[in-house]
Write a protein of this length. Structure first.
Length: 345
């Protein structure tokens, strides 16, 4: 198992270099309310030398597939062939509220989108007459087909999909080179890997080389309860986005059996009680879906994830620490834990 570092835009170069020095395999730049992924990755392409760079994840409704293909090709060229394209449909609140893009049939939309991006990255002109995307637009008289001219290393850029439900996981197995997950205890990873495998087999593919990459909040402290408490703000943020019935993180928490806690959290958020919302989450829920505690305990948890089928474990240091120095300490502690676990690859 390898390590990836999910890092924010604040102090990103310092964090990226620390991760590269600590032997991390890939840096993941998130995209959401706080920052886009592309700006950060462009900076990191010039600030690092060996470590992989991935969008974790670029939001499908934010960009037409042609723009995403051009961005991926450019980032791959700037980084000397180190880029991995992580994509996700986001959620209805962001898709419709931010970008004005319908959230209907997200799996069909994703299949079309990935197909267009892959064909564009292969280098030839692309036409597409689908349900969600039509290239060129038939209303545009004399419009030219999508055709990238970017010079880049001669390799196939890996595509990762963020996925939650069984149908989305099967699709990730069928059309992607890796899966990015959140809120995933080891037993949930094992179930996801089984479903991804079904998608791989349906496409005539095996699991060899497929990257299973859950990204977990990490807090390092001798006191496990204290470590868990330092992560509560991140969970409130994710669980508080948009409509609770359509928020993917709320759905994941319900699948794990924490529906009442999610309901209480949302009630307290609606009342403006942030402290009460954070307290509504059981310690067990956060502990199951994060890495919290001293380094030996992190090592035990990493072993369980490796046994469940994780090939790259994403370390989210910003959930527990607000300063670059604090985040670097978490990255280094996680690298130490991986060595202690004896599951590094």
């Amino acid at each position: 198992m390898r390590l990836g570092a999910t890092i924010p835009y604040q102090g990103t170069v310092q964090l990226a270099r620390a991760a590269e020095e600590s032997g991390y395999d890939v840096l993941l730049a998130p995209e959401g309310y706080r920052s886009d992924a592309v700006s950060v990755l462009g900076l990191l392409a010039g600030a690092t030398r060996r470590i992989g760079l991935a969008s974790g994840v670029m939001q499908i409704p934010a960009r037409p597939p042609g723009a995403t293909a051009l961005t991926a090709a450019t980032l791959d060229a700037l980084s000397g062939g180190r880029f991995r394209l992580g994509l996700g449909v986001s959620d209805p609140a962001v898709s419709q509220g931010w970008y004005g893009v319908p959230f209907d049939r997200p799996l069909a939309r994703t299949r079309e989108y990935v197909g267009i991006v892959r064909r564009a990255l292969a280098g030839g002109p692309v036409t597409h007459d689908g349900e969600h995307y039509r290239l060129p637009d038939p209303a545009g008289s004399g419009a030219a087909p999508l055709h990238l001219r970017t010079e880049r290393p001669g390799r196939r850029i890996p595509v990762y999909l963020a996925a939650v439900g069984p149908r989305a996981l099967r699709l990730a197995g069928e059309i992607a080179d890796g899966w990015i997950g959140v809120f995933t205890p080891p037993e949930a990873v094992a179930r996801a890997v089984a479903v991804i495998g079904e998608g791989r087999r349906s496409a005539g593919l095996g699991m060899a080389g497929y990257d299973v990459l859950p990204s977990l909040p990490v807090a390092v402290a001798d006191d496990v309860s204290g470590a868990v408490d330092s992560l509560r703000g991140q969970y409130v943020y994710l669980l508080g986005i948009g409509d609770p019935e359509r928020n993917v993180h709320c759905g994941l928490a319900r699948r794990l059996g924490y529906g009442p806690a999610v309901g209480l959290l949302r009630e307290r958020l609606a009342a403006g009680d942030l402290k009460g919302a954070a307290a509504a989450l059981p310690e067990e829920f956060i502990d199951r879906t994060a890495l919290a505690g001293p380094v030996p305990r992190l090592a035990e948890r990493m072993t369980a994830y490796a046994e469940a089928g994780v090939t790259t474990l994403g370390v989210m240091a910003s959930a527990a620490a607000a300063t670059p120095d604090g985040r670097i300490r978490i990255l280094r502690a996680a690298a130490e834990a991986l060595e202690l676990a004896g599951v590094a690859s």
